[in-house]
Design a binder for this molecule. Structure first.
Ligand SMILES: CC(C)(COP(=O)(O)OP(=O)(O)OC[C@H]1O[C@@H](n2cnc3c(N)ncnc32)[C@H](O)[C@@H]1OP(=O)(O)O)[C@@H](O)C(=O)NCCC(=O)NCCS
Length: 143
């Protein structure tokens, strides 16, 4: 089941999946977590928060229209490959589509680029490196 959740509820899954569980929850916050228009979705299996994603209003480069950046996409290892990631991204896409958003973009890890392609995103940048994390592309989903 998908729920809108508080950013603070997301930090533990972010830490486990995206930061090797090496940080404090506070260090897993993004500066954009609480800005106007930001929202956070969680996919629950029973009481377990299995998948999280965060979005906030943010344009990319010169692309016109209302843009949202997707961040912190993460599914706990034991719940991967069950479709929860795609379900939650599709939910965000439908939600923002109704709000006249033009596009969603993200800095996609190269290893996750197939996942984003399957969600309708396309690569719009050259490959670039994020220090300590690895190769990335900017990917965009037109709405
Ligand atoms: C990418 C990720 C969020 C997908 O979540 P999910 O709930 O497994 O997604 P779905 O079940 O809807 O989709 C599965 C697809 O994800 C991709 N995937 C599966 N395991 C993956 C992994 N360990 N790393 C990256 N992508 C993976 C595959 O493309 C898979 O498609 P396939 O089944 O046709 O091969 C999840 O694998 C994850 O948390 N990975 C580690 C963190 C990460 O890379 N996040 C993205 C940061 S940009």
């Amino acid at each position: 089941m998908i729920k809108f959740i508080k950013s603070t509820d997301i930090l533990q899954v972010r830490n486990i999946v995206l930061r090797d569980n090496k940080l404090t929850p506070d260090e897993c916050r993004f500066p954009t977590d609480e800005i106007d228009g930001a929202f956070h979705l969680g996919y629950y299996v029973g009481d377990t928060l299995a998948t999280v994603v965060s979005l906030h209003p943010q344009n990319y480069g010169e692309i016109t229209g209302i843009g949202y950046q997707l961040r912190g996409m993460a599914t706990l290892a034991e719940y991967r490959g069950k479709g929860f990631g795609k379900i939650i991204v599709d939910y965000a896409i439908n939600y923002l589509h109704k709000k006249d958003t033009g596009y969603i973009w993200c800095n996609a890890r190269k290893v996750a680029s197939k996942f984003y392609r399957d969600c309708g995103f396309e690569i719009i940048s050259d490959e670039f490196e994020i220090k300590g994390i690895g190769p990335h592309y900017v990917m965009r989903r037109k709405l």
